[in-house]
Ligand binder design. Structure first.
Ligand code: GDP
Ligand code: IMO
Ligand code: MG
Length: 422
């Protein structure tokens, strides 16, 4: 079998958690392959809402195996909070959830470094989630990181050495902090981690594939936040793209199967950085209110705008997307007209190609279509879709060259319309 990958094509928060939960019954295993608690993946079913940060979104569907892969960065304190709150709501995870020994640990000082680097950037700050993601990946790449497997041997020594290096940087940045309480909580959480199966996930996953098991890899963030291909430097610090699933799980490229690309019927972004189709008017505000566009983790207001097909085409190319999933269609239910950006104007020149430095500015060129002005939230089949909505989907399929497999018309698991089976 191969690993199917589901990933965000925009700036994150496309609705990955919801769709992974919907697709999980088809799979034996669900894995996360990058990112960490900067993610906030929301699921709703049976009147309950859950937000997952580091735990894969396959956890609620009947005893499936869930794996936190080697490419993830794990904060033991936040992980413990997440696991304990799930246990309190009747979802005990320790038998269902495995963690790669090669996943890197977010230390308390990584969080401080994240804050200190942001403060040092002043007006140019990224607007990170403040979870220590960048500094943890920096330590991984510079070969100073601590891994989950390290907690099993001589851990205190390794921890002190890493912390000392962080303290020197924090001193140089004149950043004052007190982690006494956090550090205590962190070490308690390290002990808590030991009740989970800490595994050599690359072996486990490849053996599962060999024995005919199906695996779904759940991306975090989105392609436009990818450290290589996103709107650099306003990006996260991991490879959020399909290739990240290979390095973040230890799976060969030829063992990747379907690539599901997920996007909103419009576009949002949280944090700083370029966003060509951003709306600063009442239409943007209307999208924000109707879509409840506030961060699942930080509560920050998300910036809203029309769909950007230049960026989407780029994301589809980079990821080799084979099927598309369109989310939050219902949010546009009440609009008279819908716009889609089909090109950028840069220095007076029109282009459909995503440029080297999107930070330098790109003016969107729009096409406008009639809205469907119909409540879609209770629809259960595509036969009920209004004509104008079908026209919007056909237009997107034509422009993007990939079929739209799923349309989501509300946050609940049930509000999902699968247009065709594979
Ligand atoms: P993720 O990070 O990609 O998993 O997405 P988030 O959970 O951060 O943000 C998506 C938000 O949209 C969540 O609040 C979901 O409950 C909600 N959502 C998902 N799909 C739909 C949909 O089709 N319609 C509406 N109205 N909300 C949705
Ligand atoms: P999910 O998985 C939306 C953004 C932050 C910031 C930038 C860098 O829920 O889609 P970081 O803390 O990663 O160093 O922040 O990336 N960001 C996200 N935006 N959804 C996310 O995750 C995000 N994770 C990080 O707002 O602009
Ligand atoms: Mg999110």
């Amino acid at each position: 079998m191969k690993v199917d990958v589901l990933l965000g094509l925009q700036w994150g928060d496309e609705g990955k958690g919801k769709v992974v939960d919907v697709l999980t019954p088809k799979y034996d295993v669900v894995t996360r392959f990058q990112g960490g608690p900067n993610a906030g993946h929301t699921l709703e079913f049976e009147g309950q809402k859950y937000v997952l940060r580091s735990i894969p979104s396959g956890i609620f569907q009947g005893g499936k195996m869930n794996i936190i892969g080697n490419g993830v960065v794990l904060d033991p304190v936040l992980f413990r909070q997440e696991a304990e709150s799930l246990a309190a709501s009747g979802h005990e995870l320790s038998k269902q959830l495995c963690i790669s020994k090669k996943a890197h640990l977010i230390m308390p000082t990584h969080r401080m470094l994240d804050a200190a680097y942001e403060a040092a950037k002043g007006d140019a700050k990224i607007g990170t989630t403040g979870k220590g993601i960048g500094p943890t990946y920096t330590d991984k790449v510079s070969r100073n990181g601590l891994r989950v497997g390290d907690i099993l041997h001589n851990f205190q020594e390794k921890y002190c050495l890493a912390k000392k290096k962080h303290e020197a940087i924090l001193r140089a940045l004149n950043y004052t902090y007190d982690i006494t309480e956090l550090e205590k909580e962190w070490f308690d959480a390290i002990e808590y981690l030991k009740r989970f199966q800490l595994i050599d996930s690359e072996h486990v996953i490849n053996n599962l594939l060999k024995s005919g098991k199906s695996v779904l890899a759940e991306g975090a963030q989105g392609t436009m936040l990818d450290v290589d291909f996103g709107s650099y430097p306003f990006v996260t610090s991991s490879n959020t793209i399909c290739a990240g699933a290979c390095t973040g799980l230890g799976v060969a490229p030829r063992n990747i199967g379907e690539v599901y690309g997920i996007f909103k019927a419009y576009c949002t972004r949280v944090g700083a950085g370029p966003f060509p189709t951003e709306l600063f008017d009442e239409t943007g505000e209307k999208i924000c209110q109707l879509g409840h566009e506030y961060g699942a983790v930080t509560g920050r207001k998300r910036r809203c705008g029309w769909i950007d097909l230049v960026a989407l085409k780029y994301a589809i190319m980079i990821n080799g997307v084979s099927q598309l999933i369109m989310m939050k269609s219902d949010v546009l239910d009440g609009f008279d007209t819908i716009k889609a950006c089909v090109a950028y104007k840069i220095n007076g020149q029109e282009t459909e190609e995503f440029p080297f430095d999107i930070c330098e500015g790109a003016e969107p060129v729009y096409v406008e279509m009639p809205g469907w002005k119909t409540d879609m939230t209770k629809m259960t089949s595509e036969d009920e879709f209004p004509e104008e909505f079908n026209a919007y989907v056909s237009f997107l399929e034509e422009e993007l060259g990939v079929p739209v497999k799923i349309v989501s018309v509300g946050p609940d698991r049930e509000q999902t319309i699968i247009r065709y089976e594979d």
